[in-house]
Write a protein that binds this ligand. Structure first.
Ligand code: G16
Length: 558
């Protein structure tokens, strides 16, 4: 076996780049994530891994996104995207960690090199790039640390591995997923060698939005007097503005107002604004004050892969329309359309949630919408997999606003065949067809989800209050608990029960039993150094006490 790469060149780049040493890196819920100043080494090795992944897959485009999403501005992170736009294959996550930790703990370059050779041999990767060159698409969010980290990431790609690297610049995470998927599709279907662009994204989603309104023969106007979009001072702001400036975007410009759009002021990112802030604190973000009662608001997170909606009633009370409400709105709409198209029996629609889903939403989906519900562990990759494998229309949303809908091959074939025969309810069939386009099926996407919600509300002629009234959330609370070592908190049953620390779950169960409709669980975060405690119960006046009792047990167990 021969490593057909320039050893000296790799060694020099390794020594110049990998300054952070003796730090344990772990590929968590959403890739590697930590303080930006500690990421040089892991960026270097992740760049190599992305190239290897592309070589393993016959040179297809593999995506790499530099982002720490909802985390504060001092953090950053990186994740690898498969050629079809999904998250890195789970079997490769351990490789990502082995390579990063080898570079972090190796006493010499040769120790790291030995680990690299082992991986290349194990996966039988041919490093002779004369026949097939690796292809990588890279993108980054608006963080100040990203340009430097991008250099660490890409340093070896072209020089050592002869990779073709396409830098999309600043884009949202879903745009990176979309462009990666489209570039490969184009290459496969019509031999295109040019990479897709951000512009393709805008054209595609604006067209899908317009098509849905045209199908319904309704005016391209929002059903609410105004939508305020809080873009968390992240990359979602400039990107949404570009979409709204597209020549075919027809909604009057005064109907959508973007706030918290200072993506050029680093410290403001996710600061007292954005989807995570609004969901956790259940209040308006900075920069917004209650306007007319019919107005609708929404918040993206820092890289625009999550969205939550909300409104303020005439009594100035804040109402959250979170990921659960988004999935129930889509489940209601799409099951109605299936019913109208007479396809309810042939296509299986279902909703995927995590333990964070409000108990009322689960009951509503099962009892009122008659749709099956699955529960998975936190992390988009788990929900995505379940939605893609169990349903023809798999709707998945985390309560925090992260989600999308996956339409199966059978769905597309069925709709296409009915439409080609002009059989059945054409309006419903066309609606299903257009709606499937409007959804970014590669990953949860704040922009695409927002457009799909706006279209659904317009078609169903629903005001925010109608949407909210479908079911009433149980009062709930989510708190972060800082502990010396969060890794001891190990869970089972889709993270709904603790296995460790020993005995803690029994204590939690004894607290839950005291509160009517009580439910609570504890899990270690995969993106922050904290343990999360979730609690919900019937009586809002007892919620704080309920949650505090659990927190006290957590604190005393470590
Ligand atoms: C990431 C994941 C989400 C997860 C969130 C919080 O979101 O992609 O699936 O819900 O972290 O995870 P945890 O509770 O483990 O910290 P994002 O938007 O930060 O990429």
């Amino acid at each position: 076996f021969e490593m057909k790469i320039d050893y000296d060149q790799l060694r020099k780049l390794y020594e110049d780049t990998c300054c952070t040493k003796n730090l344990q890196y772990s590929y968590g819920t959403a890739g590697f994530r930590t303080l930006a100043k500690d990421l040089d080494t892991v960026m270097f090795t992740t760049g190599i891994l992305a190239v290897l992944r592309s070589l393993k897959l016959q040179g297809q485009y593999v995506g790499v996104m530099i982002t720490a999403s909802h985390n504060p501005y001092q953090d950053n992170g990186v994740k690898i995207v498969e050629p079809d736009g999904s998250m890195l294959l789970a079997a490769w996550e351990p490789y990502a960690m082995q390579l990063a930790n080898a570079a972090s703990f190796a006493a010499t370059f040769d120790e790291f090199y030995a680990e690299l050779v082992k991986l290349v041999e194990h996966e039988k990767i041919d490093l002779d790039t004369s026949a097939v060159a690796p292809h990588v698409v890279v993108g980054r969010d608006s963080r100040e640390s990203s340009p430097f980290l991008l250099r660490c990431l890409t340093s070896t790609m072209a020089s050592v591995f002869h990779a073709q690297v396409v830098d999309l610049g600043c884009v949202t995470t879903p745009q990176l997923h979309y462009v990666t998927n489209l570039s490969n599709r184009r290459q496969r279907e019509d031999g295109h060698t040019t990479v897709a662009t951000e512009q393709d994204y805008y054209s595609f989603f604006v067209e899908a939005f317009n098509e849905l309104f045209t199908t319904y023969q309704i005016e391209k106007r929002l059903s609410v007097p105004k939508l305020f979009v809080d873009t968390a001072n992240g990359i979602g702001g400039p990107q949404l503005k570009k979409l709204l400036a597209s020549k075919d975007w027809a909604v009057p410009s005064d109907e959508i107002e973007i706030v918290n759009d200072k993506s050029d002021v680093p410290e403001l990112l996710n600061f007292e604004c954005g989807a995570d802030y609004v969901k956790t604190n259940q209040r308006l973000p900075k920069g917004l004050s209650p306007s007319s009662p019919d107005s609708l608001y929404c918040s993206f997170d820092g890289d625009a892969d999550r969205v939550v909606f909300y409104y303020v009633d005439p009594e100035s009370k804040f109402h959250l329309l979170d990921g659960d409400k988004i999935s129930t709105l889509f489940a209601k709409f799409l099951s109605q359309q299936l019913e109208l198209a007479n396809l309810r029996d042939s296509l299986k629609i279902g909703v995927v949630q995590t333990a964070y889903a409000n108990g009322s939403s689960t009951t509503y989906i099962e009892d009122a919408l008659h749709c099956p519900v699955s529960c998975t562990k936190t992390g988009v990759k788990h929900l995505h997999h379940e939605a893609a494998t169990q349903y023809d229309i798999g709707i998945y949303f985390e309560a925090n606003g992260h989600g999308t809908i996956i339409f199966s091959e059978k769905f597309h074939q069925t709709i296409e065949s009915q439409l080609s025969k002009s059989q059945g309810n054409l309006l419903a069939l066309n609606t299903l067809n257009c709606f499937a386009k409007l959804i970014n099926q590669t990953v949860g996407d704040a922009i695409s989800d927002m457009l799909a919600v706006l279209a659904t509300l317009s078609i169903l002629q629903m005001a925010p209050t109608d949407w909210d009234r479908e079911y009433t959330d149980l009062p709930n609370k989510l708190v972060k608990c800082i502990v010396p070592d969060r890794s001891i908190f190990q869970t089972t049953d889709q993270e709904r029960k603790l296995q460790n620390p020993a005995g803690l779950q029994t204590k939690i169960d004894s607290v839950i039993a005291k509160y009517p409709m009580g439910r609570s669980f504890v899990r270690a975060s995969g993106t922050e150094d904290a343990v999360r405690v979730y609690a919900e119960c019937e009586d809002p006046t007892k919620l704080d006490q309920f949650c505090n009792e659990i927190v006290e047990y957590v604190k005393s167990s470590v």
